[in-house]
Design a protein around this ligand. Structure first.
Ligand code: IPE
Ligand code: IPE
Ligand code: MG
Length: 248
């Protein structure tokens, strides 16, 4: 652990979510193709997953490919898909060794067959691991997820399984792709933009947000620990006054 950065291991965020942005600009600055940046970004993923496990974080959600990213040039999309497939296949032994359980959110039906198969096989192989849950957001969009949840809920109402009048928060949470996971406590976005880009629209309602100008391929252990230390300085009030929170 880095000595200069003070992280309190007893007050860790349970769930960290990250918008991994800036791969393309990082590569362009080095006069390299965008895919060079995505490959370097995969190394940051390895490091951040490893550090999260070592710290004892329970859930790590990584925004790897959005429902809008399908609009990118076909060559970039297929390059990203092949990096993803390679990542899944090559990381499996490490996931097993480190007790990492892989799950995924998003519309898997849009993924190429080969990627979906790798994804499903790693999910199955790691389902009993208990240390860190690594949640990959793939072909994921917050609005798309909400639309799919509304369809599920409507069907249950029509079939009489759910009563419209008794519908509550929890019914919605349980119908989302993140069913069973706690909401993120900390959202980090790298790459300098200050927006959500359709990420976890429902689940981020009370997340602490940390924006950094560091590009994702440069986001390594120290920057991550800084984000967590910053999170630990904040007072989460959930609508109450600061005084009420201190007394709790
Ligand atoms: C994030 O990096 C990775 C994905 C969206 C897949 P970008 O590719 O968006 O990088 P920039 O924002 O163009 O620098
Ligand atoms: C968000 O980054 C999606 C991922 C990191 C996977 P984008 O680079 O796609 O976001 P916008 O389009 O600039 O908002
Ligand atoms: Mg971007």
């Amino acid at each position: 652990m880095s000595e200069s950065i003070e992280v309190d291991l007893n007050r860790l965020p349970r769930h960290v979510a990250i918008i991994m942005d800036g791969n393309g600009r990082w590569a362009q600055k080095k006069r390299k193709p965008r895919l060079f940046g995505h490959k370097a970004g995969a190394t940051s993923v390895q490091e951040i997953v490893e550090v999260s496990g070592e710290l004892g974080i329970e859930f790590l959600t990584l925004y790897a490919f959005s429902s809008e990213n399908w609009r990118r040039p076909e060559q970039e999309v297929s390059g990203l898909m092949s990096i993803l497939k390679h990542y899944l296949e090559s990381e499996l032994p490490k996931m097993q060794k480190n007790g990492i359980r892989l799950v995924s959110i998003g519309d898997q039906t849009r993924l190429p067959d080969a990627v979906r198969k790798s994804l499903q096989s790693v999910i199955k192989a790691t389902e009993n691991n208990r240390k860190l849950t690594l949640n990959l957001a793939l072909s994921y969009g917050g609005r798309d997820e909400i639309v799919r949840a509304v369809k599920k809920i409507s069907q249950r109402c029509v079939s009489g399984d759910l009563d419209v009048q008794s519908l509550c928060d929890d019914d919605i949470s349980q119908s989302l792709d993140t069913c069973g996971m706690p909401d993120p406590d900390l959202l980090i976005r790298t790459g300098g933009e200050a927006r959500l880009s359709n990420f976890l629209l429902w689940q981020l309602s009370y997340a602490e947000i940390y924006f950094t100008g560091v590009m994702w391929p440069d986001f390594r252990k120290d920057v991550y620990l800084n984000a967590i230390a910053d999170f630990q300085q904040r007072q989460r009030r959930f609508g109450k006054t600061g005084e009420q929170v201190i007394k709790e």
